[in-house]
Design a binder for this molecule. Structure first.
Ligand code: ST9
Length: 612
């Protein structure tokens, strides 16, 4: 048996019972994927993930890619290369490719459900198959030339990267110094050094299409300071004929000059890329339009969703591994018989603290799955409304609001649950390489860091998705939650529903306090907002997850009332217990966060640096 334990039943519950996705399949704009096909694909990808993609997970961690500084090339371990080939050959990645580029238009809810299986089995795999996203952005914003490049890249299974970060420009992308100088033939020469570039160099694909943010120089009216002065350039690893796609055999002047040694995600190469240092690095300006940061953010939004999905995928398999271990691990007597030294030893699932831990992991992993798929539901909504020529603005705003929660809250909760609960269930064994948990913990930590740290997600949530949006999306979401609470259905969860109602009120008090601080407009109040921002991210995440779990419990209660099979009955009872646990154990903590938020004081910022 491989390391990966999936939860197909819960994925199907979310898609077809909780979020009622069935009517979407086989209907415009998703005519090409009918319901039977969608269910078949789910089962197939689930099977492939467990039986195929998971195989090289451990081997690739222990034998990371090898960097050769003399050739500036990277060789990936053959076991992982075989996994990569298996996934490409299976062709399911084409469900994420634009139909104009030969892909199939599938709802994002299906795509992110499938992504969970892939990333749960082998998280680094996704980072090497960025071309569906990159090609979509290139096609949407590109000239006829760029559209051809996107097609060539898809047809030839090229790799793709996003090059934003530089040694002195991490969170502050606008500090980037990489520059672009126009050539007479319409191409640009790019010069600079980029850092932390995922899949920047490898031998898995014939070519890599680098999406590079650089500051144009020598052209009037563009290239100013900050993010708005950045443009997006398409820079291939190898030069090619744009008409035929044939490689010329010539290396473009973009090279990996270092590959980082990391804590986890070892098979995913994290490269320093030198551009235009030894030889000219030529690229094309995407769409011949200087709109780089907005174009790149379409890639970033997809990648932030991917990170949240990866976090949930790892927590879910971490929980299911811990559950299996706990059921088999005999240790100690039942607490009720603790005084009796001769009492029979029991499986640790009998111990209250282990049960607490398992329910906590179950609630978070199932709650985060609902959060990811609920966000994808809004992405379905955008596609449906766009196809019908309707206004997509509310759906876009809600999706935007949810993205930092998926990424920021999801990654933090997953990592903490994996490290403190999943691993702990194994006792000392959790610390050993004999079980997958220690690798899960190492692989998951990066989720709180890359694609914008948690603090960046928190600022994005508050300043951009709440203040700048004038709370439109937040109000819509909270009104839905309040409507759920007011309905009081099912009656057996009335106490939990009322805990949700209280948490919403506490959350609103935090938002009100922060908006008041913004309105005050002085430095001290700005700092108070900064001190409360991650608190808000977590509180909103808890409220949304608590609500989604209770919605799931509502569906489960109805299914139980109308008579379910024995295995379904156990599944539904588990859903109700997880929601109940989260409402009782987690939602009351939002009140404490309110208390702390209202009490933030200036001493934190006033403290002399030397006094830390
Ligand atoms: C990284 C790599 O970490 C990790 C790799 C993970 C694996 C990837 C797997 C690939 C999956 C698919 C990808 C395929 C492609 C190939 C990749 C293959 C690997 N929403 O607020 P302002 C825009 S990469 C939308 O003034 P500042 C907007 O246009 C490194 N747009 O910002 C806005 O204009 P306007 C990750 C947004 O103060 C403009 O930016 N690094 C959003 O100038 C300016 O906005 C980061 O993530 C948004 N949420 O700059 C950077 N926000 O206002 C983190 C901004 O007119 N830092 N825009 O609409 C930040 O996000 C900063 O907040 C900042 C601040 C840079 C935006």
């Amino acid at each position: 048996m491989g390391h990966y334990k999936s939860n197909l039943r819960d994925v199907e519950f979310n898609l077809f019972e909780l979020f009622d996705r069935a009517p979407l399949f086989g209907a415009a704009p998703f005519e090409e994927v009918d319901l039977d096909t969608a269910k078949f694909i789910l089962r197939e990808v689930d099977r492939l993930a467990r039986e195929g993609l998971a195989e090289s997970f451990e081997e690739a961690d222990r034998h990371p890619p090898v960097y050769d500084p003399s050739t500036k090339t990277v060789t990936v371990t053959p076991e992982f290369a075989a996994t990569y080939k298996t996934w490409l050959d299976a062709e399911w990645w084409r469900l994420r490719v634009l139909p104009e580029l030969g892909g199939t238009n599938a709802p994002n809810s299906l795509n992110w459900a499938l992504a969970e299986f892939v990333m749960g089995a082998n998280p680094a795999l996704w980072t090497y198959v960025g071309i569906p996203t990159a090609a979509r952005v290139v096609y949407r914003h590109g000239t006829e030339r760029d559209k051809k490049i996107a097609q060539i890249a898809v047809d030839n299974h090229w790799g793709a990267t996003m090059l934003l970060t530089e040694p002195d420009a991490g969170s502050d992308v606008g500090a980037a110094r990489t520059r672009a100088v126009p050539n007479e033939d319409g191409t640009w020469n790019i010069h600079g050094v980029k850092r932390f570039i995922t899949a920047g160099e490898h031998d898995l694909a014939d070519n890599i299409l680098h999406l590079v943010l650089a500051r144009p120089v020598g052209v009037d009216g563009v290239g100013g300071p900050g993010t708005k002065g950045l443009s997006l350039f398409l820079v291939p690893k190898y030069n090619f004929d744009v008409e035929t796609g044939e490689l010329t055999g010539e290396h473009n002047g973009i090279y990996a000059t270092n590959v980082e040694k990391k804590m986890g995600m070892n098979v995913s190469t994290t490269c320093e890329m030198s551009i235009g240092e030894d030889a000219p690095a030529r690229g094309w300006l995407l769409g011949e339009k200087h709109d780089g940061i907005a174009q790149m953010f379409e890639v970033i939004e997809d990648a932030r969703m991917m990170v949240g999905c990866k976090a949930l995928a790892t927590l879910s398999t971490g929980y299911l591994n811990a559950l299996e271990y706990a059921k088999q691990r005999i240790q100690g007597a039942d607490l009720a018989q603790a005084a009796d030294k001769a009492a029979p030893r029991v499986a640790i699932t009998r111990h209250p603290d282990v049960r607490r831990s398992l329910l906590s992991q179950k609630a978070y992993s199932e709650g985060l799955r609902s959060l990811v798929l609920y966000t994808a539901v809004w992405q379905d909504e955008i596609a449906l409304q766009a196809a019908a020529g309707a206004d997509t603005s509310l759906a876009e705003a809600v999706n935007d609001l949810l993205l930092p929660i998926v990424k920021g809250y999801g990654s933090e909760r997953s990592w903490v649950q994996l490290g403190t609960e999943s691993l702990q269930v194994f006792g000392g064994s959790g610390y050993l390489q004999e079980y997958p948990i220690e690798q899960y913990v190492r692989d998951a930590k990066i989720d709180t860091v890359y694609e914008g740290t948690t603090a960046i997600q928190a600022q994005d949530l508050f300043f951009r998705k709440i203040v700048r949006d004038r709370s439109r999306a937040l109000t819509h979401l909270l009104d839905e939650i309040k409507g759920f609470v007011a309905a009081g259905d099912p009656a057996e969860l009335a106490a939990e529903s009322s805990l949700l109602g209280r948490a919403v009120a506490d959350l609103e008090a935090i938002v009100e306090k922060m908006i008041g601080d913004v309105a005050a407009g002085d430095a001290a109040h700005s700092y108070r907002v900064g001190l409360n921002a991650t608190r808000l991210l977590y509180a909103l995440g808890d409220v949304v997850v608590g609500w989604l779990l209770l919605r799931g419990a509502q569906i489960a209660a109805r299914a139980l009332a109308s008579g379910a099979s024995e295995s379904d009955a156990l599944f539904y009872q588990g859903k109700i217990a997880a929601a109940r646990f989260f409402a009782r154990e987690v939602l009351p903590l939002v009140a404490a966060q309110r208390e702390a938020a209202l009490g933030v004081e200036d001493f934190v910022m006033e403290l002399d640096e030397a006094a830390f």
